[in-house]
Design a protein around this ligand. Structure first.
Ligand code: PLP
Length: 387
C-alpha cells in the first residue's frame, strides 16, 4: 500500500519525539485545529449518549436524520438535487475516499490523482486494489489541473477514475470553473468516475467553491467525499460522507456492512446538531482563524525575496516555495526543526510536484504563528546567505 523510502514524514515524527521529551516545538505540521470541537456539538453528543437509544448498533448507512441533513446541506451548497439515498455516512472523508475507489476500480485498474496530493491518496487507490498513477500539476500554473495531461494519462493507462481535491491540501488552490469544466470533459470522453474530495468546501477565501457534481452531465459519474472534520473541528469523531448516485450508494452500503458495520449513533447525533442547528454560522466561526492567519503568512512573506507562495485561496495551509534558499523542502524542514524548533511538512511528502516547498498548517494561535513566521523568514534568509 505504501512503499518505503524517505517521504518526509520523518520530520513530523522527529518533532513528536522532541515534544514527548519535553522540548517546546511550534507544531505547524498537521491539519488539525488548535481548538476543541465546539461545546454545543459535544453537548449534543453527550445528550444523545445519555439518552441511551443511540448506544446500540446504528443503521449501517448512517442515521436516517443525518443522511437527510447531509443531503439538504449538500443540495443547498451545490444546487444539485440530493436525497438521503444519495448519502452514505462514513468514518471521515478518508473512508469515503476508500469506498469510492472500491466502487470505481477492479483489481489492477488505474486510478488517477493529481500531484501534489494529500498524503493518503496513492495508498488509498492501492488499498482498493488499484494502480495509482499521478498526473503532475505545476507550481508556475498555481497547481491548477491540466485537463490535457489528465486525458493523456487516461489514454495511456486505461484509467477508470480520477481523484481531485478542491480547495486543495497542500497547495491552497481552489479550482476554477474553467479547469473543472475541462476535467469534466475528460471524464465524459474517457469514461472516468470523478472522485471529488471536498472536505475543505467551507474554507474558501478567494473565488468560490464549485462542486463538479453540479456540472452538466456529471451528477451520475461524480462521487463526493465530505467531512465534519475540518468544517466543524470534529477530526476525532470520524464522521464524513460519500455523496453519489443512488445505485453507487446502495452498493457501498454492502461494503460498509462488511467493514465498519456503521458508526457510533451518538457521534452522528453531534454531526446532526452541527449541520442543522450550528449551520453555516458555526462553520464560519470554525473557519475564521484560517482566514486571518493566511493574511499573517502573506505579510511575513512580503518581507523577504527568498520565500514565495501563491495566495492561499482555500483550506488551512500555506505552501511555500523555499527554492530561493537553495534547499530542498526536506532539508529546509529538517533545518527549521533542528534550529528553530518549528515543525512543518516538506513539500516532497505530497509528491514530486511539491519538491522545494514546505507546507505549514495555520493551526497555531495568531501570536504564536506570527512569531514562528518571523523566525522562519529569518532562518530562510540565513540559509540563502550561506548558499
Ligand atoms: N482529504 C483531505 C484533502 C484532507 O486533508 C483530509 C485530512 O487531512 C482528509 C481528506 C481526511 O479527513 P477526514 O477523514 O478526517 O475527514
Amino acid at each position: 500500500m505504501v512503499p518505503g523510502g524517505d517521504d518526509g514524514w520523518a520530520v513530523y515524527y522527529r518533532a513528536r519525539t522532541m515534544q514527548a521529551a519535553g522540548a517546546q516545538v511550534t507544531m505547524l505540521a498537521i491539519g488539525e485545529h488548535d481548538r476543541p470541537t465546539p461545546a454545543p456539538i459535544l453537548d449534543a453528543i453527550d445528550r444523545a449518549a445519555r439518552r441511551g437509544d443511540l448506544l446500540g448498533y446504528a443503521p449501517v448507512p448512517g442515521l436516517p436524520a443525518l443522511r437527510e441533513a447531509v443531503a439538504a446541506w449538500v443540495a443547498a451548497r451545490t444546487g444539485v438535487a440530493t436525497g438521503p439515498d444519495n448519502v452514505l455516512i462514513t468514518a471521515g472523508g478518508q473512508a469515503a475516499l476508500f469506498a469510492a475507489h472500491m466502487l470505481a476500480l477492479e483489481p489492477g485498474q488505474t486510478g488517477l490523482y493529481l500531484d501534489p496530493f494529500y498524503a493518503t491518496y496513492p495508498g488509498t487507490v492501492r488499498a482498493a486494489g488499484g494502480r495509482a498513477v499521478a498526473v503532475p500539476t505545476r507550481a508556475d500554473h498555481g497547481f491548477a489541473p491540466e485537463p490535457e495531461a489528465v486525458a493523456a494519462a487516461a489514454r495511456a493507462t486505461g484509467a477508470r477514475s480520477l481523484l481531485i481535491n478542491t480547495p486543495n491540501n497542500p497547495t491552497g488552490a481552489v479550482y476554477s470553473r474553467q479547469a473543472l469544466d475541462g476535467l469534466a470533459r475528460v471524464c465524459l470522453e474517457a469514461d472516468l468516475l470523478l472522485i471529488s474530495d471536498e472536505v475543505y468546501d467551507g474554507q474558501v477565501w478567494d473565488g468560490a467553491h464549485l462542486s463538479p457534481r453540479a456540472l452538466p452531465g456529471m451528477a451520475d459519474r461524480v462521487l463526493v467525499a465530505g467531512s465534519m472534520s475540518k468544517s466543524f473541528a470534529m477530526t476525532g469523531s470520524r464522521i464524513g460522507w460519500l455523496v453519489g448516485p443512488e445505485d453507487a450508494i446502495a452498493a457501498l452500503i454492502k461494503l460498509m456492512t462488511h467493514t465498519t458495520y456503521g458508526l457510533p449513533g451518538y457521534l452522528q447525533a453531534g454531526a446532526l446538531w452541527a449541520l442543522t442547528e450550528g449551520g453555516l454560522a458555526l462553520e464560519a466561526e470554525v473557519a475564521a482563524p484560517f482566514a486571518r492567519r493566511r493574511a499573517l503568512l502573506a505579510e511575513a512573506l512580503a518581507a523577504t525575496p527568498v520565500l514565495r507562495a501563491p495566495p492561499i485561496a482555500g483550506a488551512m495551509y500555506g505552501f511555500v516555495d523555499v527554492r530561493g534558499t537553495g534547499m530542498s523542502g526536506i532539508s529546509f524542514a529538517e533545518g527549521l526543526l533542528a534550529q528553530e524548533r518549528i515543525a512543518v511538512m516538506p513539500g516532497e511528502s505530497f509528491g514530486a510536484g511539491g519538491a522545494g516547498h514546505i507546507r505549514l498548517s495555520l493551526t497555531a494561535d495568531d501570536d504564536v504563528l506570527r512569531a514562528a513566521l518571523d523566525r522562519l523568514v529569518a532562518f530562510a534568509e540565513s540559509q540563502a546567505a550561506l548558499a
